[in-house]
Design a protein around this ligand. Structure first.
Ligand SMILES: [Zn+2]
Length: 312
């Protein structure tokens, strides 16, 4: 009964057929189906799990990983309208002054920072990145789609309500060429049209301005190991993405995805790097070896990309 309730609770989606890669427009008919993904944690034996699944594709041109069909919640608040205490742990409410510090240092270097330059944080969450940007001298603004998260950012973290807009990126407006620096943080993988969202952000960015993006890498070694394990057990399940359960990842990206998008939009890639990050669900004994291997093969978990708006 419990499982049934969960299913009913999670069934408020419409399923959109994805005809082409969001970043390079390569037709889905020419892309590879990696396998299927359940709407819940799959564990080590997904055959025993009750749920609904979608197919997971990898673009054969730019390595973007996406689900097809794409499950889109009828109401986005069903994904993110939950109390932040449920989604994030209590300690996340305390602000650490070093939060986002390394990224701000890089941003300032790339844009030749001057005080009061304008920054926009897309997907502000509890507003910690906004606080760090303000402390670093930026004139800071934010967008947050979750009502409950935005409320907490204002009531608990002291964010100015006038500076933090409520809505999805495509629902809010700013003047053209407003910002010097825009950060998507760990947001792009949650969006339903990430290429369209970058295009919108580029409109809000001044020429020469910079966008910072942190996303899951589609080359992550650990995903490949889990997929291999599922294959050895005679299933076609894959671990990539989580389109219908937390953390609601809709895409995984490769630097090639951004290179192909740069052919269509007015930006250039300033720099990028891959971080190994933490390893879960694998014995600790193997971590040093896996980290070493991921470092030398660029198959870590997180891809960070810096884009600069060009004039053309
Ligand atoms: Zn592609």
């Amino acid at each position: 009964m419990k499982a049934m309730n969960k299913l009913m609770k999670r069934s408020n989606y419409f399923f959109e057929e994805i005809k082409k890669c969001n970043f390079c427009t390569n037709p889905s008919t020419e892309n590879k189906i990696l396998g299927i993904r359940l709407n819940t944690s799959q564990g080590l034996n997904p055959k025993d799990k009750c749920g609904i699944a979608v197919s997971i594709f990898r673009c054969s041109v730019c390595n973007l990983i996406y689900s097809n069909p794409q499950p889109i919640p009828v109401n986005i608040q069903e994904h993110y309208g939950i109390p932040p205490e449920t989604y994030w742990k209590e300690e996340y409410f305390s602000y650490d002054p070093s939060y986002f510090k390394a990224q701000i240092t890089t941003a300032k270097k790339i844009i030749s920072f001057e005080p009061e330059m304008k920054a926009l944080d897309i997907g502000s969450g509890l507003g910690k990145c906004m606080i760090s940007l303000s402390n670093a001298g930026f004139d800071t603004y934010g967008i947050e789609p979750s009502i409950t998260f935005r409320d907490k950012a204002i009531s608990k973290m002291g964010i100015d309500a006038d500076r933090l807009k409520l809505g999805m990126l495509e629902e809010v407006e700013y003047d053209i060429s407003t910002f010097d620096f825009i950060t998507f943080g760990a947001v792009l993988e949650h969006l339903y049209d990430p290429a369209g969202s970058i295009k919108t952000a580029l409109n809000w960015l001044k020429p020469g301005g910079v966008i910072q993006i942190e996303v899951p890498s589609s080359r992550w070694l650990i995903s490949k190991l889990f997929n291999f394990y599922f294959k050895m057990r005679g299933t076609n399940y894959v671990t990539n993405l989580s389109p219908m359960h937390t953390p609601y990842h809709m895409f995984e990206f490769d630097i090639r995805s951004f290179e192909k998008l740069a052919d269509q939009l007015n930006f250039e890639i300033v720099e990028h790097h891959i971080e190994v990050c933490s390893i879960y669900h694998i014995p600790k004994l193997l971590h040093p070896l896996l980290k070493w291997y991921m470092n030398i093969t660029n198959t870590g978990m997180q891809l960070t990309v810096w884009l600069r708006k060009t004039n053309t």
